[in-house]
Design a protein around this ligand. Sequence first.
Ligand code: 9MR
Length: 323
Amino acid sequence: MTEPRPRPRSVRRRLALATAAVAAAGIAAASALIFTSPAQAATTLGASAAESGRYFGAAVSTQYLSESAYANTLGTEFNSVVAENAMKWDATEPNPGQFNFSGGDQLVNWAQARGMKVRGHTLVWHAQQPGWVQGLTGQNLRNAMNNHIAGVANHYEGKVFAWDVVNEAFEWDGSRRQSNLQQQLGNGWIEEAFRAADAADPAARLCYNDYGTDAINAKSTAIYNMVRDFKSRGVPIDCVGFQTHIAHNENLSSYQANLQRFADLGVDVEITELDVGQGSGQANTYGTVTNACMAVARCTGITVWGVTDKYSWRTDNPLLFDG
Ligand code: 9MR
């Protein structure tokens, strides 16, 4: 067995990261401060974001809510949450038509008790489908998808402000991912999913969400073209999520322009799963992403993909806080 890689626990580095993100938010919020004149500048990520009407959220694994350090950091620093796994298809509909909302409800209740917003992630995705969905074909898969969207989005109506309706449906080269959904339902399945979500929760913001869209590239352009087509035909889409799982030295020279071109189509943009690999430039990269969001009027908020490095899906200490 290999030893787990030791993880540095530099409090200073953590504070520097958090401070960089707050500072980045603060610079761009400075003009708002002139008008709102708060008694003192905000000192948490969530409060800093709120000064410009934005949110700063974290992905949450409900099993850690009972850890006081985890819960304290989450409740103090953030003003929005998303379930890291609890609202996905395998969790919410383990058997056909039998819904299980226990994990998602736990998070919603926790957040509501603290006045925090809740994002919904995710209604339809090629991954984390329950076994019974993976073998479905044709109309059976179509019915299952529409029934799933109706069941979950209905249940959380009025509780989640935005849904990642469809997650990760494109490849790097801009082609459609050849998932079971794509192969069985054809090109129209994304539109169908958005229409089903709109019917189930007309008030929620409906987002398309993906990774590798941090620049103007073949993948982001294919998604851009889809959103433009949806807007021109009245398909209900309100927002695009940019996951932003990135390396410390990522080339972000077109990041803001990419957000802006989507915003110019008439959709909100959100940073939905931000984490940045450890290395020189990590704090700067957090700052660049935060500044880009602050500079785009329709960028409504940032979610980082976890509270602490201790429980990140990555092993390169990509988050703002440690254990
Ligand atoms: O962080 C999530 C991890 O706990 C799960 O095991 C994994 C399963 O695929 O999904 C992770 O979250 C993903 C998110 O739902 C969609 N974008 C990529 C995220 C990281 O893999």
